[in-house]
Unconditional design. Structure first.
Length: 116
């Protein structure tokens, strides 16, 4: 199983960015997919999750600014991030949730830096 996250970078406050996570060797449609982030010196936290049925849930800190989506045909989950703030800075990780028959998996992380 491989989760390849991409799209991170340096962006100014107020800017936008889209993260992608391509999954391979996994039954993508059976997995809830999520994005987590870890800021320097802090624990990893949930940013957004999308279920197999397309329901979404967001951390309060990103509601109204971030949108998670999935393309089951491409085995890819996205995180559209708008109105970025400096506190959004961190390493963003893609997660494929566990199932009854298999554990969860993590991507390698992609760095987002929001700074002027």
């Amino acid at each position: 199983v491989q989760l390849q996250a991409s799209g991170g970078g340096l962006v100014q406050p107020g800017g936008s960015l889209r993260l992608s996570c391509a999954a391979s060797r996994i039954m993508f449609t059976t997995r809830n997919m999520g994005w987590y982030r870890q800021a320097p010196g802090k624990q990893r936290e949930l940013v957004a999750i999308i279920t197999t049925g397309g329901r979404t849930n967001y951390a309060d800190s990103v509601k109204g600014r971030f949108t998670i989506s999935r393309d089951n045909a491409k085995n890819t989950v996205y995180l559209q991030m708008n109105s970025l703030k400096s506190e959004d800075t961190g390493v963003y990780y893609c997660n494929a949730g566990s199932t009854d028959w298999d554990r969860e998996y993590w991507g390698q992380g992609t760095q987002l830096t929001v700074s002027s």
